[in-house]
Design a protein around this ligand. Structure first.
Ligand code: G6P
Length: 607
């Protein structure tokens, strides 16, 4: 986690870095800091809390005038959020900011302390600063290359040497970092939105390449100190700053909810025009060797996998196993040659998902990534990539990237069912034509009557601290995603149960008035779920029913949302959207910071 920005140019570095960091706060917001080169010195300003606290501090100090600097917004891993654990950290001539984890930091600290070093923080980062400084004798590239083999773990560093205050240095392994080029100025950043106000031209930094940013130029070196700048490809960002800003909505999350019809439409028109047999033909030319499928991801990405499992197993009869990446990677998974693994990740940088990718590749499996961020680590290391193409997603709670991931699983289902001939042409034609209507259906469920209902129900649950969701089959998977939305942004405890399982324990928590949600979109098992709703209501539970197939105005529940209907295997995309809105209004009603929920970060680049 954490966000890094660095600047070397002619303008006031502190202002540019602050603005850049504001585009990266989704990566963590426990503390923030900058190191600015001023009159030959490297001055550090840092403070616990949001970026606004750092901005106040810099204003009060008269805004440092230097035009070279580095900055950081932190998501705490080692050491509590505090002033002294905030980055930048300094040891000797080295001041640096870090995103990642130095796994052997305790050993490095002990060795350093045995040599008389003093540490001012509890962080792993300070040990890295010490190692680089101990190897520095006036040549930054040599010191950085010598230090890296000693640092185990993941990192992206922005570094300043106190006797070289005209330059910043950058290097990465397994944590994202770009170097961007403007006119007479250059930048480093953890992500492109941080520099979009200044330039769209950037380089992706590869593992263990070192960049030197000086006098408006970027020079890249390999670990042997060779200049490799000529080999680097300058890329151009294909989205603008407006797309990364709120566009009039009070929160990024709401904006991103409302962008879903467009993101779905874009993907559908890119991939389905030539029929089911042509879907992902470029990325997966041949599906005949796919005997079983693994899907691996974290958080919502894993939930998208659960929904994919349901449709692929039902419609294509291919076994699909879905795993949480942090479990999968240490589970000695039975995967290898002949297996196909889909790694799903919005950011393409989630550490556990990246590690799972590397593991299955090393075992000979074929990896196809489903990723949003172009050029991210997962996208680069996978054999094939299917992009969700949602544009930047800023709110920590994912919405548009999730529905895009699910849609990709559904398009994949169509392709596999076509190639395996498990479904008739008539079924597939109907499935694709219903899929093309999804943007309209999602537009319907984000329009007035639904917004009003979601707001109303969010008022009901305000006095309660616990919330239960029930559903069967794919409705259960939709419920898992819904519960995560509610928990992460409103801090209300929420659990999803397979509807028939509730009575095996959790029903004891249902008492008078306790708010519950039932999701019923599968007419074939609707009756079974209705019985479970009755069980909940018999214990006093207050049930909001979200359904496409039960009653016109159902009398089995307390509150009712009737969803527009489509092919039942596509329903989760329609069903999750009002739940996203419901979570949003639950959170705003409680005065929560929707886009930046406590303790969370959007891009989790640590284990
Ligand atoms: C974080 C986010 C979740 C996301 C998960 C996986 O926990 O808050 O919204 O689903 O990471 O992220 P990824 O970028 O791999 O999809």
């Amino acid at each position: 986690m954490c966000g890094i920005v660095g600047y070397s140019g002619r303008r006031t570095a502190a202002k540019i870095i602050l603005k850049g960091l504001s585009g990266l706060e989704y990566r963590g917001y426990d503390s923030a800091g900058v190191a600015i080169c001023e009159d030959g010195a490297v001055n550090v300003y840092k403070t616990k809390g949001r970026l606004s606290a750092l901005a106040d501090m810099l204003e009060k100090s008269g805004m440092p005038k230097g035009s070279v600097g580095i900055g950081h917004t932190r998501w705490a891993t080692h050491g509590e959020p505090s002033d002294r654990n905030s980055h930048p950290h300094r040891q000797g001539k080295v001041t640096l900011v870090h995103n990642g984890i130095i796994e052997n930091y305790l050993q490095l600290r002990e060795e350093a302390q045995a040599n008389g070093a003093e540490f001012l923080s509890d962080t792993d980062t300070e040990a890295a600063a010490y190692v680089i400084d101990s190897l520095y004798d006036g040549d930054p590239i040599a010191a950085i290359s010598a230090a890296l083999p000693r640092l185990h773990g993941s990192y992206a560093f922005g570094i300043i040497f106190s006797d070289r205050t005209d330059a910043i240095y950058a290097v990465r392994r397994d944590s994202p970092l770009i170097a961007a080029k403007g006119v007479d100025e250059c930048f480093i950043a953890s992500d492109i939105p941080a520099v979009l106000s200044y330039t769209k031209d950037y380089y992706l930094m590869d593992t263990d390449e070192i960049a030197e940013l000086k006098d408006g130029e970027i020079t890249f070196y390999d670990m042997n100190g060779n200049d490799i700048t000529e080999k680097k490809k300058l890329l151009t960002a294909d989205f603008n700053l407006e797309a990364a800003e709120k566009g009039g909505y009070p929160h990024f999350m709401l904006k991103e909810i409302y962008e879903q019809p467009d993101t779905l439409r874009r993907l559908i028109s890119m991939h389905t025009e030539k029929g089911a047999g042509a879907i992902f033909k470029n990325e997966i030319p041949d599906t005949s060797d796919i005997k079983r499928i693994f899907v691996v991801g974290c958080g919502s990405a894993m939930h998208a996998g659960l929904l994919g499992k349901y449709s692929i197993e039902h419609l294509c009869r291919i076994p699909v196993s879905v795993s949480i990446a942090s479990e999968f990677r240490y589970d000695d998974p039975m995967v290898g040659e002949g297996d196909t693994v889909f790694i799903i990740s919005q950011s393409g940088e989630t550490a556990d998902s990246l590690a799972a990718l590397r593991l299955v590749k090393s075992k000979g499996a074929k990896v196809c990534a489903i990723v949003n961020v172009v050029g991210s680590s997962i996208a680069r290391e996978a054999d094939e990539v299917i992009y969700t193409r949602c544009g930047p997603e800023i709110a920590v709670a994912t919405t548009k990237a999730f529905t895009a991931q699910v849609l990709i699983m559904y398009m994949l289902t169509a392709r596999l069912a076509h190639d395996r001939k498990t479904m008739s042409d008539a079924f597939l034609d109907e499935y694709l034509s219903e899929m093309k209507k999804l943007p309209e259906l999602v537009t319907a469920v984000i329009s007035e009557p639904y917004v009003d209902l979601c707001k109303k129900f969010a008022v009901y649950n305000k006095p309660y601290e616990d919330y239960y969701i029930i559903g069967r089959g794919q409705d259960y998977a939709t419920g898992c995603e819904g519960a995560m939305k509610i928990k992460e942004i409103s801090y209300m405890h929420c659990e999803t149960y397979a509807a028939g399982e509730l009575k095996h324990g959790t029903i004891s928590l249902i008492t008078e008035g306790v708010p519950c949600m039932a999701i019923i979109t599968d007419p074939d098992i609707a009756e079974k779920s209705v019985s479970n709703v009755k069980e909940v209501r018999a214990r006093g539970g207050h049930v909001l029913l979200i359904t496409s197939c039960v009653g016109e105005k159902s009398d089995i529940c307390d509150e009712y949302i009737r969803l527009p209907e489509t092919n039942k295997y596509l329903m989760p995309i329609v069903a999750i959207v009002p739940i996203q809105m419901y979570a949003y209004y639950t959170a705003t009603n409680r005065g929560c910071d929707v886009d930046k929920p406590r303790n969370l970060a959007k891009s989790v680049t640590v284990e």
